[in-house]
Design a protein around this ligand. Structure first.
Ligand code: XIL
Length: 313
């Protein structure tokens, strides 16, 4: 199984976890526990989930994921502290001064990281802060706090748990290009200023439509050369439906190449899939006419992609 592969290779193999099936579906729990050495909450640690109203914290979902992981000796990846999406309405619609907003962000990061100190080994501190052209994405944080919010976020997170590995995480970072160049410059700059940044996460939301990023391993090595960890944090490989044998074979090849890239790079610490089963995947809801992006089908049967990963062991 994948757990065996993770132990053999020294790379954590993880999955995003949705709280509803974790609670309601025994077969979902069984596969999650059998196959994975790491878990990431798919939504339960996002701001709107943990603080839906100002000052009212709802940790039930996040705790359920962390408790499951502890019970099954799995690592936990924290996702995510600073993002422009899935923010609570009180925050996006509230009227705060810049100073108040800064305090709100600092308190959020401090509260959440402290709560899971020693339990969450790695945090996606900032998520999706770049545009495709490499400029910083316009967001509440950038507009109101300026680009320094990124360094601040890392410093606050580090203070709250000095042992946690702190990551920059983004999509379309797999290719060498303006976006990954910008990420490289950002982490270089942060390190030069002594900001506690430890890793870069490549989400890895791939599509058969766009081809496999052939320079993925070379790209990761640019970050390794700066002394950083890398991780594939949210991989899935979507296809236009219907599913065919050919598409499943091509998908298997993408997954295999992605894990090979990670295995070929020193300090690629983790390979996490964004959901392990087509029964619960965000793809059909977000990409019209697409789906079947995971390692297991809806009945939890292993797909060719699963076997292609095991073959790397
Ligand atoms: C997605 C979840 O999978 C969905 O359930 C939710 O509705 C929207 O967010 N990049 C990320 C993840 O960093 O947090 C996103 O997760 C997928 C894209």
């Amino acid at each position: 199984d994948l757990r065996g592969l993770a132990h053999k290779t020294g790379v954590r193999i993880g999955s995003a976890v949705a709280v509803d099936p974790l609670t309601a579906e025994a077969d979902y729990r069984r596969v999650l526990r059998r196959e994975f050495t790491s878990v990431t909450a798919e939504n339960a640690m996002k701001w709107e989930s943990v603080e839906p109203e100002r000052g009212r914290y709802t940790w039930e979902g996040a705790d359920a994921v962390v408790d499951f992981a502890r019970h099954n000796r799995q690592a936990v990846r924290g996702h995510t502290l600073v993002w422009h999406n899935q923010l609570p309405a009180w925050l996006t619609e509230g009227t705060f001064t810049d100073e108040e907003l800064r305090g709100i962000l600092r308190d959020h990061i401090t509260t959440q990281v402290r709560r899971y100190r020693g339990k969450v080994g790695s945090w996606d501190v900032v998520n999706e802060v770049f545009n495709e052209d490499g400029t910083l994405r316009s967001s509440l944080w950038l507009t109101r706090l300026g680009p320094g919010y990124i360094a601040d976020a890392f410093r606050w997170a580090h203070k709250a748990d000095p042992r946690a590995k702190l990551y920059v995480n983004d999509y379309n970072l797999e290719w060498i290009g303006p976006k990954s160049d910008a990420a490289l410059e950002l982490v270089k700059g942060l390190k030069a200023e002594g900001v506690p940044v430890h890793g870069v996460g490549f989400q890895g939301h791939l599509s058969l439509e766009y081809g496999f990023p052939g320079d993925f391993a070379d790209n990761m090595r640019r970050f390794t050369a700066l002394g950083l960890e890398t991780a594939i944090t949210e991989i899935d490989v979507r296809m236009h439906l219907p599913v065919t044998e050919e598409k499943l074979a091509a998908q298997a090849d993408y997954y295999r190449q992605a894990l090979s890239a990670c295995l070929s790079v020193r300090r690629c610490a983790e390979f996490t899939v964004w959901g392990f089963t087509d029964r619960h995947s965000w793809i059909p809801g977000w990409f019209e006419g697409q789906g079947a992006a995971c390692l297991f089908d809806e009945a939890l049967n292993r797909k060719p992609a699963y076997h292609s990963l095991l073959a790397l062991g």
